[in-house]
Ligand binder design. Sequence first.
Ligand SMILES: [Zn+2]
Ligand SMILES: [Zn+2]
Length: 360
Amino acid sequence: MRALVARGVAEPLRVEEVELPPCGPGEVRVGIRAAGVCHSDLSMVNGTLAPPYPLVLGHEAAGVIAEVGAGVDRVTPGDHVVLNWAPPCRDCWYCGHGEPWLCERAGAPSAARGRTPAGEPLHVTLGLGALAEQVVVPQRAVIPVPADLPPESAALLGCAVLTGVGAVRRTAGVAPGEAVAVVGLGGVGLSVVSAARAAGADPVLAVDVSPAKAELAAAVGATDFLLADDTLNREIRARTGGRGVDHAFECVGRSATIRTAWRATRRGGQVTVVGMGGKDDVVGLSALDIFHSARTLRSSVYGSSDPGRDVPVLARAVLDGTLDLGPLITDRTSLDGAPEAFARMARGEGARTVVLPEES
Ligand SMILES: [Zn+2]
Ligand SMILES: [Zn+2]
C-alpha cells in the first residue's frame, strides 16, 4: 500500500510503497478514508522529536474496517471508525484512577510495524501511521462511529477536536462569562477557540503571529483577533478590566508562546499548555513571578479525554449540527498532495488539511 514516509529530519517527505504486517490476533485492518495533517506530525520531522525512521506519518484519521484478526469482538468489516492514538490499556494505575489519557502503555511516539520493499523495518507515528491507504492496529485503537458521519469530520475528532474540546471542558473547566485567550491558531488552537465560545466564554481572544488567521478565528467564534507582537499585553488588558484572562491556552508547544500565555493570564488564573514542545526548549519563570502571580500552569494531554467515551459524544454533536467542524478544514488533498500540506503548516498557513487517500 502507499503511505507518506519520513526518512529523517529535514529530508523531503515522499509517498512510498510499503508493506504492512498481516492482521494478527486482536488486530484490525482499516482502510483510511480521511486523515488530518496535525502539528505533531510536523514535530516528527522538524527535529522537535527524535523518532526512528523510516516513519509513516499521521495519527488523526477515520476509515472503514477492512479485515479483523482472530478474537476481535468489538468491530466487524464495514464498520466506520475513528483512530485513537492513545488507546488506554484499562489495566494500569492511571487507567484505574480515571486518567486513561495518562495510561502507562499508550501514546508512544512511534511503534515498529511492517517494512519497506527493500526490507527495512518501518515505524508508524503514535502507533498508527494514518497518512496512508491502510493501517493495521489493535482493536482498542479504533472507535466505532455512525456510518453517516462525514469522514473528514470523523478524522478531526481523533485529534484536533477531541484535544481542543477536552482542553476547554475537561482540563481547564472554562465557565460561562470567563475571559479566554488562545495562543496559536492551527487546527488545535482554532478548535480551542470554538470550544471556548461554545462553553460561553466571553471574550475569546484569538492570538497568532499571522494576520491571515483573523478571518479563520472569527469563523470559529473568536470575539477578537490579536497579533502576537509588542502590543499584545496592552490589548489583552484593555479587554479584561486591566487584569488579564481567566484562562490562557497555549497551542504551539514553544517556551516563547508558553510565556506569552502566562503573561496574558490574570493573577490566580490558569494557563493550559496544549501544544507539544521539545525537551531542550526551557521555559523561564522567576520564583517571585510564580509566587506573586498565583497562576496555575498545567498541560492538557489528549484533552484529558477518554476517546472511547468522548468521540461518540462529539460524533453525535456533529450529526445533530451543534458542533460545526466546517471552518476548521481549509484544504483537501490526495496522498500525493500531503508533502505540500506539511509545507503550508510549517509556514503557519490555513487550519487543517485533510488528506483523502482514495483520491488521486
Ligand atoms: Zn494531532
Ligand atoms: Zn493504562
